[in-house]
Design a protein around this ligand. Structure first.
Ligand code: MG
Length: 394
């Protein structure tokens, strides 16, 4: 844990500041400017949004993907801030660990977030983790490193935040099951024929949550829930057999822990990502944020049903990758990311997303993932395979 004391503002590194989570986090932070100081901002290429954030928060470093984005950003900010612009992997590292933040919010999308997040954990910095790939692809490495350095990993995902909270004060040895809730996405009751005709516009229209495009598509295929199962395994050190998914279309119960005595402990709230973000930012405090409260008298009936792994095979695929272990989850994640991009670009139909990921996972000869470099190599292999699969189909 960091040396953070409550009398001083908490120093934050925001990796992925222009994405959905980053924007929500900054919104939350701006309601409590006396409690937080943003020391770094990192994003890929959204230089206009980033320039505006930089002017407002005046971080020590602003990191972007490449030299071109860096030049564009420099032209948009005053000279003193232009001098703080960094880029590329080195820039991201500087944003993560360079200015001794008390907490690193890891919210970059995709595999790009893994390296700076791992560096933060290796430096013993506490991490509020929203980047799925970090735990899906390298959960064993990240958690082992966190144990070594004492870095705390605080989940930002609503389900993992719920489980984290439901475990507080309880002995993990008494856990019977972790139950991740899933809304089921917009096509929960669609037939296989209807699923074949789903357009990107329909898939991007999530019934409850407002999120980035990649995760919204993953929610529609249930791949998101599958990746969350793998994340939960590492985050809470529980075997996959003890992690189950239940469809809960209202997204009010954010997840549950069942204990061996039969008790279930759940966390509830409105489906608003600012809630788990605020919890992670303030942890271990609970503070007032003026966020929308949950009115139980107005939620209507709360329903639960088992997931249909026939219509949504991505969930089963994720369990398979998790059981296979090694680099298999990294392969699944990399292939899925390419497949989702292809779907959004019109190059694949909706069932094709999971079919592509399944085909790449099946072709994977199996390889250990004993270093971040090995994980990234597996990710690259999977992406190339997925691109070839999509091209072969088109
Ligand atoms: Mg989630």
């Amino acid at each position: 844990m960091s040396q953070y004391t409550q009398s001083q503002p908490k120093r934050l590194a925001i990796l992925g500041s222009t994405g959905s989570i980053g924007l929500s986090a900054l919104k939350v932070i701006e309601t409590a400017p006396e409690s937080f100081r943003v020391v770094s901002l990192a994003a890929a290429r959204s230089v206009r949004v980033l320039a505006e954030q930089a002017r407002r928060h005046r971080p020590e470093v602003i990191a972007v993907l490449d030299a071109r984005a860096a030049e564009e950003l420099k032209a948009l900010v005053p000279p003193d801030l232009a001098g703080r612009v960094a880029h590329g992997p080195q820039g991201y590292l500087e944003a993560a660990v360079g200015f001794g933040p008390d907490l690193v919010l890891s919210a970059m999308v995709g595999a790009a977030g893994l390296v700076p997040t791992f560096a933060a954990v290796a430096a013993g910095l506490d991490v509020a983790l929203a980047n799925k790939e970090t735990l899906v692809a390298a959960g064993h490495l990240v958690m082992a490193e966190a144990k070594k350095t004492g870095a705390a990993i605080l989940p930002v995902d609503s389900e993992h935040s719920a489980i984290f909270q439901a475990l507080m004060g309880n002995d993990p040895a008494g856990v019977r099951r972790l139950l991740l809730t899933a809304s089921g996405g917009p096509f929960r009751s669609a037939s296989p024929a209807e699923l074949k005709r789903v357009t990107p516009e329909q898939a991007l229209n999530h019934p409850n949550w407002s999120m980035g495009p990649k995760i919204t598509i993953d929610s529609a295929t249930l791949m998101n829930k599958g990746l969350e199962v793998i994340e939960a395994r590492w985050l809470f050190d529980q075997p996959l057999e003890k992690i189950q998914v239940v469809i809960h279309p209202q997204s009010v119960v954010h997840s549950l822990v069942e204990y061996v005595d039969g008790s279930m402990v759940a966390q509830l709230g409105v489906p608003d990502m600012r809630l788990p973000i605020a919890f992670a930012l303030a942890y271990p405090e609970r503070r007032y944020w003026n966020l929308p409260p949950l009115d139980l008298t107005k939620t209507g009936p709360l329903t639960f049903e088992p997931p249909d792994m026939e219509r949504f095979p991505a969930l089963r695929l994720a369990y398979q990758a998790g059981q296979a272990g090694g680099a298999a989850p990294a392969v699944l994640g990399g292939a899925n990311e390419v497949a989702v991009e292809s779907f959004l670009a019109g190059g694949l139909d909706f069932p094709g997303i999971t079919a592509c990921a399944a085909s790449v996972l099946e072709a994977f000869p199996g390889r250990p993932a004993d270093s971040v470099a090995a994980v990234l190599e597996a990710d690259r292999w999977a992406r190339a395979q997925a691109r070839a699969w999509v091209a072969g189909r088109g």
